[in-house]
Design a protein around this ligand. Structure first.
Ligand code: CIR
Length: 253
């Protein structure tokens, strides 16, 4: 497995914010935490390709938003905010050796944070960042490979993966305030602790769930469910509305 990451931009304090008030980000802490994140990925056997920081692209550490990498193809997104569109060029270059690339075109918009791939179902959040045209284009790219796209409306949070992520095969960690949990009925669902509203973003790698220590009650629920947790603090980038999945693009080599 390969993980593409990108170092924190020195201009991270100019990041986009949608739901949070601006709270200064300490670059040194953010860098240290990001380094630990990369270390955690390496410790799980991934080859980490760590791209250099982009001083003029404040949100570029959040590489997840720029692509969906499937075994067969990679879809380069067209981010919902203009300030992030220049992030595409370097991610395209990084992915070129590994996959055939296709790109979402205007007027479509799509952020990778809105895409949750679970087997041959690709759930996509209809959010302030991802529109129907973008989702339609995604569907046309992936249908020939047997994937089925399911659009889900997201309310009250930035991205679909702020509200739901996978924590095991067919096990979904959900904040039911932000998406309709009925969509996942038939699967195993773990609900976050209601006091920890940002707790639904976990990064599943094989049998290990990389998880954020700021959400201890939800972490306990995950541990009680028999899941294997590896705690990685990403709280400083949380001030930029980023979470654990946002900082990597993970795919089979
Ligand atoms: C943004 O608003 O685009 C960034 N400040 C945060 C992006 C987080 N990405 C993600 O959840 N996939």
């Amino acid at each position: 497995m390969i993980a593409i990451t990108r170092k924190v931009s020195p201009s991270i304090n100019q990041c986009e914010l949608t739901y949070l008030e601006r709270d200064p980000i300490n670059l040194e802490i953010a860098n240290d935490q990001h380094e630990n994140y990369e270390k955690a990925l390496r410790s799980l056997g991934l080859k980490v390709i760590s791209l250099p920081p982009a001083p003029d692209l404040p949100d570029s550490v959040f590489v997840e938003d720029i692509a969906l990498v499937l075994d067969e193809i990679a879809i380069i997104t067209r981010p919902g905010v203009v300030s992030r569109r220049k992030e595409v060029a370097d991610i395209k270059n990084a992915l070129k050796p590994y996959r055939e690339l296709v790109s979402i075109q205007a007027p479509g918009t799509l952020d990778g944070g809105d895409i949750l791939a679970a087997g041959d179902t690709i759930y996509v959040g209809v959010s302030s960042r991802s529109n129907q045209e973008g989702i339609q284009q995604l569907q046309e790219f992936v249908n020939p490979f047997g994937y089925h796209v399911e659009a889900i409306s997201v309310n009250g949070c930035l991205h679909l993966k702020s509200a739901v992520t996978l924590v095991g095969e067919n096990i979904f960690l959900i904040n039911p305030e932000w998406i309709d949990k009925e969509i996942f009925k038939g699967y195993r669902i773990i609900e976050i602790d209601e006091k920890e509203k940002n707790a639904a973003n976990a990064l599943l790698i094989d049998q290990t769930v990389i998880y954020q220590p700021s959400f201890p009650e939800t972490a306990e629920k995950l541990a009680d469910a028999g899941l294997n947790l590896k705690m990685v603090d990403s709280s400083e980038l949380g001030k930029a509305e980023g979470a654990l999945t946002c900082c990597s693009l993970i795919f089979r080599s």
